[in-house]
Design a binder for this molecule. Structure first.
Ligand code: UDP
Length: 479
């Protein structure tokens, strides 16, 4: 059985960015790439993670790699595989690095054996692909255990950690302790935020690269209002008569045409919202740190207090079993469902639990795009968050956003300027007040959204990540 899967990616034209960020920024990246290519001398840049779909890493790799290929760099994406117990352990590690207990299991000898065995099995196949001198970017705790073997083999290792928390805790320390033996083999670390670099790591070997979104993917490309409506009506997210199939089209990541055909699995007890109703939306994996239940409770309270203002809440996530490295999905969804059942009928009828089809990632992205564009307010009320690409996506669409002041969410928002930040993500009153502030004022929403779009243009587009990666890799090869 093959353990390593390669995700074949289309080449993407970087020239498209000239229209958005200007020729100078594009030329700078071209030059960096030419320089790196000469130094690599035929070497490959491998990115290795543990899921091809779902979550921020799977979202970011295709554009960054696609543009590298356009710049004549051989950049490829490999996905490791593991048993359910391996993914339970790595989800436990994920929670630990966020300072949470997760399922509370121990990082003991048995856990180490599960982890090391998975690494050995995957490494055996990787050694046939990776050549000495190649650059290997390992993503997150799921793959850092490959560092010793690959480094011994002569590859240049960079560990890209997408998660973390600002303050040390016993949980976080236990997670880092577990990873310590592997970390030594990676000479270079990449984090999303300076605060995430733990004290035990050499800060001098750590670079900070904020994540980004690509302006041209099915998730972020411009979408006509009639396409937004058609996709949402067709999938069952909005009320309406059957739509012409011609309106369901979008451009796939590889530039070919796509069409939304599948429906969204939605749990609701009332009719779907009509197009004139204000939608409040949170798009997230079914993960306890995304605090779906808190969002629902806050919405219900706001609704009770708002004198009949028409707004409905959409909690959208992937179909529960579709994200390979996130085994908690079904259980978390059940808890969200139970909390939804417990809402008073009047509020329950205005909350829609939506599982988006993940069979075709471009189709999934087009549905997310349409949903974000139709929404008046987009929320990301996470209790912890690595960076929070869903927020970036919403800001790019010039939406009014409300997010918790945690992790990378707080880096993206200047409170009151390009969005609203919740000081305490657990404080429902604060969330209810923020909802009231934006829902009651069209002009305020518009101005927050305009600023938000400009922020993403300046700081969080794929071309900036690409530039950061290329200059860091050039240094890495020089070392
Ligand atoms: N996402 C998606 N479909 C879903 C749920 C999430 O495409 O049903 C995407 C979302 O649009 C974003 C990514 O998954 O691009 C989530 O990244 P984020 O950084 O917000 O959180 P993570 O899942 O990495 O914790």
């Amino acid at each position: 059985m093959e353990r390593i899967k390669e995700v074949v990616l289309p080449t993407l034209s970087l020239e498209r960015y000239v229209a958005i960020v200007g020729a100078e920024r594009v030329a700078e990246v071209n030059e960096l790439a030419a320089n790196l290519k000469a130094k690599l001398d035929g070497g490959v840049i491998w990115h290795i993670n543990s899921t091809a779909v779902g979550g921020g890493v799977a979202e970011m790799l295709p554009p960054v790699l696609g543009y590298c290929r356009d710049l004549h760099l051989d950049a490829r994406w490999l996905v490791i595989s593991g048993s359910p117990e391996f993914f339970r352990l790595t989800k436990r590690l994920h929670h630990a690095l966020h300072g949470q207990r997760g399922d509370g299991s121990q990082f003991d000898a048995a856990a180490r054996e599960v982890y090391d065995r998975t690494m050995r099995e995957n490494l055996a196949e990787l050694l046939a692909l990776v050549q000495p001198g190649d650059i290997v970017v390992l993503h997150d705790p799921q793959t850092i255990g490959l560092a010793p073997g690959l480094s011994e083999h002569g590859a240049k290792i960079i560990w890209r950690c997408h998660i973390g928390r600002s303050e040390a805790t016993a949980e976080a320390d236990a997670g880092w302790e577990f990873l310590a033996p592997y970390l030594k083999a990676a000479p270079r670390y990449l984090f999303s935020r300076d605060e995430y670099v733990p004290d035990r790591l050499d800060h001098g070997k750590s670079d900070i690269v904020a994540p980004s979104i690509d302006a041209f993917t099915p998730k972020n490309q411009p979408m006509l209002p009639e396409t937004v409506r058609a996709i949402l009506v067709h999938t069952g997210l909005l009320a309406g008569l059957p739509v012409p199939v011609g309106d369901l089209g979008f451009e796939r990541a590889d530039g070919s045409r796509g069409r939304v055909d599948r429906f969204v699995d939605t749990i609701r007890c009332g009719p779907p919202p009509t197009a004139d109703v204000a939608l409040i939306t949170q798009v997230s994996r079914w993960d306890p740190l995304k605090d779906h239940i808190g969002v629902m409770e806050g919405f219900a309270r706001w609704h009770t207090q708002s004198s009949g203002q028409a707004a409905e809440l959409v909690l959208a996530g992937p179909t529960v079993q579709s994200v390979a490295d996130d085994p908690e999905g079904p259980e978390v969804f059940r808890e969200v469902f139970n909390a939804w059942c417990a809402l008073p009928h009047e509020q329950r009828a205005r909350v829609h639990l939506c599982m988006l089809p993940m069979v075709d990632v471009d189709e999934n992205a087009a549905i997310v795009n349409a949903l974000q564009r139709q929404s008046q307010v987009i929320v990301q009320k996470s209790l912890q968050e690595g960076f929070g690409l869903t927020l970036t996506e919403a800001m790019w669409k010039r939406k009014a956003v409300i997010a918790s002041k945690v992790g990378g969410l707080q880096d993206q928002i200047e409170h009151g300027d390009n969005g609203l930040l919740l000081d305490d993500p657990q404080d429902t009153d604060e969330f209810v007040a923020a909802l009231g502030q934006v829902l009651g004022n069209f002009e305020y929403r518009r101005s927050l959204g305009e600023q938000a779009g400009d922020t993403v243009n300046e700081r969080y587009l794929a071309i900036r990540t690409l530039r950061d990666h290329l200059s860091m890799m050039r240094e890495c090869v020089d070392e």
